[in-house]
Design a protein around this ligand. Structure first.
Ligand code: HEC
Ligand code: HEC
Ligand code: HEC
Length: 167
């Protein structure tokens, strides 16, 4: 399902360039102008709501580079490869701080529903981990693989991502 091709390349780059590495790309309109080196956060990014929100749950420690087995665009789905990556809550993206009254229609989020940052994160993060767990379960049932060859999956339980209750 997910594209792994880029992931391998990036892991190699990460190995050679360490903490941050540059992505040389041409800017679309600028033509000649090279995009400045983009600093890609390695290791853990702490994800928490906007400062104006009193969080109900502890911040999430998201290991960015462990996820580089996937194409960057799996998550940075608006990124076109020739611009800087913008954060998830950039303006007009997932920048809504409260759930709208009717966030879903026919069991999926509406265009405004998914702008609520919490739904965006849960759909993306928990959604992928759930799918991986389902696939893993199928593998287990098929009995064709040995237990320690089973692929790693990410957490789906609240406490695994939000470790301790806040306040
Ligand atoms: C599994 C999802 C996922 C994948 C895959 C992923 N990222 Fe990210 N990345 C994130 C999240 C989440 C953040 C934090 C965004 C925020 O704070 O709003 C982030 C942040 C960033 C930032 C900092 C953005 C800012 O706010 O300044 C850059 C740059 C970045 N990623 C580049 C990459 C590159 C390059 C790749 C591919 C090698 C990649 N990411 C793969 C989820 C991902
Ligand atoms: C496209 C699939 C995918 C997406 C999207 C994704 N993950 Fe994961 N996640 C994985 C896989 C695969 C692993 C196991 C990787 C490993 O342990 O090396 C993992 C592991 C993790 C772990 C445990 C890693 C550790 O430190 O040992 C956490 C925590 C996690 N993910 C959080 C998140 C969060 C938060 C997001 C959303 C910003 C997210 N993931 C999005 C696939 C995904
Ligand atoms: C794969 C990781 C992951 C899992 C599992 C997960 N969340 Fe989250 N959750 C996030 C991320 C990332 C955010 C956005 C960053 C933040 O606000 O902490 C978030 C945001 C939230 C928020 C809004 C911010 C706040 O603290 O008020 C709540 C509430 C929340 N989650 C509750 C839950 C509950 C309840 C569960 C279990 C049913 C759960 N989460 C499972 C990753 C996860």
């Amino acid at each position: 399902m997910y594209r792994r091709r880029l992931g391998v390349l990036f892991l190699v780059m990460v190995f050679f360039f360490g903490i941050s590495f540059g992505i040389a790309a041409q800017e679309k309109q600028g033509g000649e102008q090279e995009l400045e080196d983009m600093a890609v956060p390695m290791g853990i990014i702490v994800l928490e709501p906007d400062a104006s929100i009193t969080p109900k749950k502890a911040p999430v420690e998201f290991h960015h580079s462990k996820h580089f087995i996937y194409d960057c665009k799996t998550c940075h789905h608006k990124w076109e490869g020739n611009t800087h990556v913008v954060g998830c809550s950039a303006s007009d993206c997932h920048d809504v701080l409260q759930s709208p009254k009717k966030p879903t229609k026919y069991l999926s989020y509406t265009e405004t529903g998914i702008k609520y940052y919490k739904y965006a994160f849960h759909q993306m993060c928990v959604g992928c981990h759930k799918e991986l767990k389902d696939n893993r379960k199928k593998l287990e049932m098929s009995l064709t693989v040995v237990k320690d060859q089973l692929p790693k999956t990410g957490p789906t339980g609240c406490i695994e991502c939000h470790p301790k209750a806040e306040g």
